[in-house]
Design a protein around this ligand. Structure first.
Ligand code: ZN
Length: 158
């Protein structure tokens, strides 16, 4: 039995915040605003995993009204999502994610993001695909007002 899930997330870019994507802190003049560390990539991945099993979304599991999740490390949140998946007797088949950002260039950081995600998902690097693109200066990502991320994930029954 296999299940597919889709996740999508957006965070606003603001000054004086860290830019953390895939658990990697990336030097940049702007960072993502959010209640947690605002790791838009890990949020899209978490939503894809939860969505595959119709378990709702990260807003339901980790509400931004809960002070426990203030500046939360999203790798820790993903770890909890993976534990939920395991409770349901599923494991990751593969995931494919894309980060949409005009700046900065992300290629150099993608190997470390994949490693972080593979480790938390108890998966091999070959199961974790992370890509980055721009929207050609169009829309809110193109105007550097925010960063978005999409993810699709396939889960396999154990
Ligand atoms: Zn988010």
């Amino acid at each position: 039995m296999i299940r597919i899930g889709h996740g999508y997330d957006v965070h606003r870019l603001v000054p004086e915040r860290k830019l953390i994507l895939g658990g990697v802190e990336i030097p940049h003049t702007l960072g993502l605003l959010g209640h947690s560390d605002a790791d838009v990539l890990l949020h899209a991945i978490s939503d894809a995993l939860l969505g595959a099993l119709a378990l709702g979304d990260i807003g339901k599991h980790f509400p931004d009204t809960d002070p426990a999740y203030k500046n939360a490390d999203s790798l820790e949140l993903l770890k909890q999502v993976v534990a939920l998946i395991q409770q349901e007797n599923y494991k990751l088949g593969n995931l494919d994610a894309i980060i949409i950002a005009q700046k900065p260039k992300l290629a150099d950081y993608i190997p470390e993001m994949r490693q972080n995600i593979a480790q938390v998902c108890h998966a091999d690097l070959s199961q974790i695909s992370i890509k980055a693109t721009t929207e050609e200066r169009l829309g809110f990502t193109g105007e550097e007002k925010g960063i978005s991320a999409h993810c699709v994930a396939l889960l396999i029954h154990c």
